[in-house]
Ligand binder design. Structure first.
Ligand code: UD1
Length: 439
């Protein structure tokens, strides 16, 4: 809401739009940046040691800036060289173990600094986190993990009604944690708390996402003893101290998938460089089911959709290695344009269909059947419209739809998109798209 207190910068943020016009099939090659979802926990992990850590291939994203600001708020020295894509962090002294409400509420993923702060200082107090408006997104599993490691966890509310949670334990101890859902954030948070625990910690039904593996690799470089990351059982043997380390962020599999769909939805031919095929297997499989030709070579994936009729397919989102929920909105936009009806089942998050109303403004005619099931009739000739990015991936879906729609699509609330896609306008323009950011 725009009020008297709204600053000019906030106003610009609110009023910025991306204008997309159909420029025909995209062709050429584009390069994927470092993963947003991997770099955020890597940065959080730098709080676990006194020495300097260097994170290479860090994408220039709003969320990375916010995470750098959060690290600084805890007393770390942080330098983000956006040209070189390097973040240097030295957390020699942690000056507070209480998170700044205004900062951490900007980004839900900020909660992954709680485990490191708790492990490093023996206490952490955090407001309940913000982020994309997808479902309830609780943090009960993160807290359950801290309790299993011997922390006392308490919830409280201040006079303004802001809820916060604190966890306290002089030194965390070993324990076993079974996650009811293989939560990515909870697995990462517990893993980071556990590396400095006294004893062995076992996380069962752990998340198996590549971002969990990347974090474990970095922590092991810092001197942690983690085994099993990438499987559903992770074993962490606590150590007393970690050292500084250098690490390169893995490529962003969701950005790769989004650009693969940009090729498909425009019936184009794109080669996506710095894309790891084994991280996007379900996207490749589903694209092939629709008739697109996908070829893998080294760390590049080529998607060719310029010949023949593309057909419908059904999608069911699942934790990794299943079809990623973060690709569901973009795939839905694509399926609106192919021949025949498709069913989409969202099992990871509730309330992750807010893009349906926006895609329908572009005449996609998608029907939400139940809270988690949607039918995409397919065969739609999309038309440009004024639409709103309700969250990060919904925003990406609307840009994709705009690339294939007749006329102009104006996407509002693009700050969501800028949280997770580095230079999306530039990257798409260079392969023939017509899109411009306007204030
Ligand atoms: C991460 C990703 C996000 C992706 C999601 C699922 C980052 C920064 N974000 O989010 O892009 O969409 O994984 O792949 O990496 N849950 C609980 N209790 C908890 C924690 C989670 O019930 O304490 C539930 C959530 O409500 C959701 C499911 O677990 O239904 C998965 O969420 P989770 O894996 O935790 O997602 P994030 O780590 O927040």
């Amino acid at each position: 809401m725009i009020g008297y207190g709204t600053k000019l910068r906030d106003l610009e943020k609110i009023l910025s739009i991306i204008s997309v016009k159909n420029a025909g099939p995209l062709s050429g090659s584009m390069t994927v940046s470092g993963s947003k979802n991997a770099v955020l926990p890597l940065l959080a992990a730098t709080l676990l040691c006194e020495e300097e850590c260097i994170i290479n291939e860090a994408p220039d994203l709003k969320d990375v800036e916010i995470m750098c600001a959060i690290l600084r708020s805890f007393g770390a020295e942080v330098c983000f060289d956006k040209q070189e894509k390097i973040v240097r962090v030295k957390a020699a002294n942690i000056t507070t173990n209480e998170a700044e409400t205004e900062l951490v509420c900007k980004m839900r993923a900020s909660i992954v600094t709680m485990g490191p702060i708790l492990a490093r200082t023996g206490r952490a107090k955090f407001p309940l986190p913000g982020g994309c408006a997808i479902g309830d997104r609780p943090i009960d599993l993160h807290l359950k993990g801290f309790v299993a490691l011997g922390a006392d966890v308490e919830m409280s509310e201040d006079e303004t009604g802001t809820g916060s949670v604190s966890a306290e334990a002089k030194r965390l101890s070993g324990g076993e944690i079974y996650l009811d859902t293989p939560s990515v954030g909870a697995t990462q948070n517990i893993m980071m708390a556990a590396v400095l625990a006294d004893g062995v910690v076992i996380i069962e039904n752990a998340a198996q996402e590549p971002e969990v593996v990347d974090l474990a690799n970095f922590l092991n470089k810092m001197g942690a003893k983690i085994k099993g990351a990438g499987t559903d059982i992770i074993k962490i043997e606590g150590v007393t101290k970690l050292r500084g380390a250098v690490h390169g962020v893995i490529p962003d599999r969701i950005e790769a998938g989004t650009y693969m769909l940009a090729a498909a939805i425009t019936r184009g031919d794109l080669t996506i460089e710095n894309a790891l095929a084994h991280h996007v297997k379900p996207v490749i499989a589903k694209l092939r089911e629709t008739g697109a030709i996908v070829t893998e070579s080294g760390d590049a994936i080529r998607v060719k959709a310029d010949k023949g009729i593309l057909r419908s397919t059904d999608i069911k989102t699942l934790p990794y290695p299943g079809f990623p929920t973060d690709m569901q909105p973009q795939f839905m936009a694509y399926l609106a344009t192919v021949s025949g009806p498709s069913t989409i089942l969202e099992t990871v998050f509730e309330n992750r269909f807010m893009h349906i109303a926006e895609l329908n403004k572009m005449r996609a005619h998608i029907m939400q059947k139940e809270e988690r099931r949607a039918i995409v009739p397919g065969g739609s000739s999309l038309v440009g419209a004024d639409v709103t990015a309700t969250d990060l991936r919904a925003g990406a879906a609307l840009i994709l739809a705009g690339l294939a729609a007749k006329g102009e699509t104006r996407v509002a609330d693009i700050y969501h998109i800028e949280r997770g896609y580095e230079d999306i306008c530039g990257k798409l323009r260079r392969v023939g798209a017509d899109l411009t950011k306007k204030q």
